[in-house]
Design a protein around this ligand. Structure first.
Ligand code: NAD
Length: 484
């Protein structure tokens, strides 16, 4: 039986792409073909943009309470289908079912944020700025927005943007990652029942061609991008050149500093969750552990012990603690970095290449990997590997730890583990990373806070989530009035 081909969703209908290009969607744990995804053409993108552009005229006049009601419906449907969607995330992405449930919960929180739009979109005013003159600040929706998404949170990342964007009165186009298009197909089936007029939400499957068509389209007013730094930069430069507002979240290499006074069992638990959760394929994954002074020996021993006990397997099996990486290419990349780390002189303490999952011989499995004696400048320390590889650097003191963190070109997240408030305060004050964890391994802001990012991890001004999102998806206008 041939695999189903994922459709696009344009102007309230599911439309088969006419593109001659398509690629398989594979289950990373089993190698099974789940579907085929079309790589849509620029003409198909144009149809989606036209639909969204036309729908905007009416949608922007729809009262915010009505728009918010659609978000309440959307939230309820997501709750109703919580488990089904979580299982689909596992099947196409590879993460464990618990990780997928966490992802879907975070998705719903972003819809809840959007359901509060009647209050959050309010402006402000001041009477008698001069005698008899009043001034009012308004927020207005802008038009068509598009979100371009990575594979690693296929349910959640598009929902960092779509709910708030749409609740603010804009219309929307989602382009999922071609590696993981099925979660969004599912989400859009739920959106069909949320009383949104045709054209308000649209989905286009595709790759670079579709992305460039969105970026170049004169009727697309803003772009939210999440993915690797290389593409984030390309998208940011091209879309801003085209006069669009852009928020482009890129890659990461997150450092975790461990002070000798850190709580050992709790810290190890947090570091294991950070480095190996989602098989290291999180933009907030800790991938460098910086031990300070005497912390090195006890934390290294406990880390190696805990990491070697993680059960690697298919994410749908509840006992699995770490799933595969997303593709065979990703697996090859991780293995290449492990070889490089050895060549560069780091000490391979735990080698994930030895991990086998007998029940699933076609899965892209690589087990938890640890390098000790890593040094700044080694590729395993500077590059985003995006797999379950943790490099450990030992430094003599707190100041050297800060210097080591600051060497990174990335600034997505950074964590410190300590029981000393002064170190914690200094760390959060000085380190240039958008999301700071203090005794937290995965410093993920909830929906009401902006999702930070600095240096090569973010291009733009306004981040996703929280008040930044409301600003990104609205224009501010000031009315100064006098009546004779
Ligand atoms: P990716 O950059 O390969 O792809 C992201 C999106 O860009 C996809 O939709 C893809 O189709 C499109 N794309 C790819 N190449 C393109 C090109 N040349 N021109 C235009 N579009 C192109 O990223 P990925 O592998 O899917 O995701 C993993 C990356 O995403 C990691 O680097 C990770 O750190 C990052 N990420 C960042 C955040 C964050 O918040 N900063 C969150 C999640 C993931």
């Amino acid at each position: 039986m041939s695999a189903k081909i994922v459709k696009n969703y344009i102007n309230g209908s599911w439309v088969a792409s006419k593109s001659s290009r398509k690629q398989p969607v594979l289950n990373p744990a089993t190698g099974e073909t789940l579907a085929e995804v079309p790589l849509s053409t620029a003409a198909e993108v144009d149809r989606a943009v036209q639909a969204a552009h036309e729908a905007f005229q009416e949608w922007r006049t729809t009262p915010p309470y009505t728009r918010a009601r659609s978000m309440f419906k959307f939230k309820n449907l997501m709750e109703e289908h919580f488990e089904e969607l979580s299982r689909l995330v596992v099947q196409e992405n590879g993460k464990t079912i618990d990780e997928a449930r966490g992802e879907v919960r975070r998705s719903i929180e972003n819809i809840e944020l959007a359901a509060g739009i009647p209050q959050q979109m309010m402006g402000y005013n001041l009477e008698d700025v001069a005698q008899g003159i009043d001034e009012t600040a308004l927020r207005q929706p802008i038009g068509v927005f598009a979100a371009i998404n990575p594979f690693n949170f296929p349910a959640m990342v598009p929902l960092w943007f779509l709910p708030v964007g749409v609740a603010c009165g804009n219309t929307f186009i989602v382009k999922p990652s071609p590696l993981t298009p099925l979660s969004q197909e599912f989400v859009f089936r739920l959106l069909e029942d949320c009383d949104l007029p045709d054209g308000v939400v649209n989905m286009i499957n595709g790759d670079e061609e579709a992305v460039n068509a969105l970026i170049d389209h004169p009727d697309v007013r803003g772009i939210s991008f999440v993915g690797s730094t290389k593409v984030a930069k390309l998208v940011y430069e091209r879309a801003t050149r085209n006069g669009k507002r852009v928020q482009a979240q890129g890659g990461a290499k997150n450092h975790m500093v461990v002070m000798p006074d850190a709580d050992l069992p709790k810290t190890i638990g947090a570091i294991i969750g950070s480095a190996y959760g989602c098989a290291g394929q999180r933009c907030l994954a800790g991938s460098v552990m910086v031990t300070v002074g005497d912390a090195h020996k006890p934390f290294m021993e406990a880390l190696a012990d805990a990491a070697s006990k993680l059960r690697v397997g298919y994410g749908l099996e509840e006992t699995t603690q770490m799933g595969p990486v997303v593709t065979q290419q990703a697996l090859n990349r991780v293995c290449t970095y492990i070889e490089r780390g050895q060549t560069e002189g780091a000490k391979l303490v735990l080698d994930g290449r030895k991990t086998q999952v007998k029940e699933h011989p076609n899965g892209n499995f690589v087990g938890p990997t640890i390098f000790d004696n890593a040094k700044p400048g080694m590729s395993i320390v500077t590059d985003e590997i995006f797999g379950p590889v943790l490099s450990v650097i030992n430094v003599p003191d707190f100041e050297s730890a800060i210097d080591t963190v600051e060497l990174s070109r990335y600034g997505n997240a950074a964590s410190i583990f300590t029981s000393n408030g002064r170190y914690a305060r200094d760390f959060k004050y000085r380190v240039r990373a958008g999301n700071i964890g203090v005794n937290i391994g995965v410093a993920a802001p909830i929906a009401t806070f902006p999702f930070g990012g600095m240096k090569d991890s973010f291009f733009g001004d306004l981040h996703g989530q929280g008040p930044d999102a409301i600003n990104f998806f609205t224009d501010r206008k000031v009315v100064i009035e006098r009546w004779f």
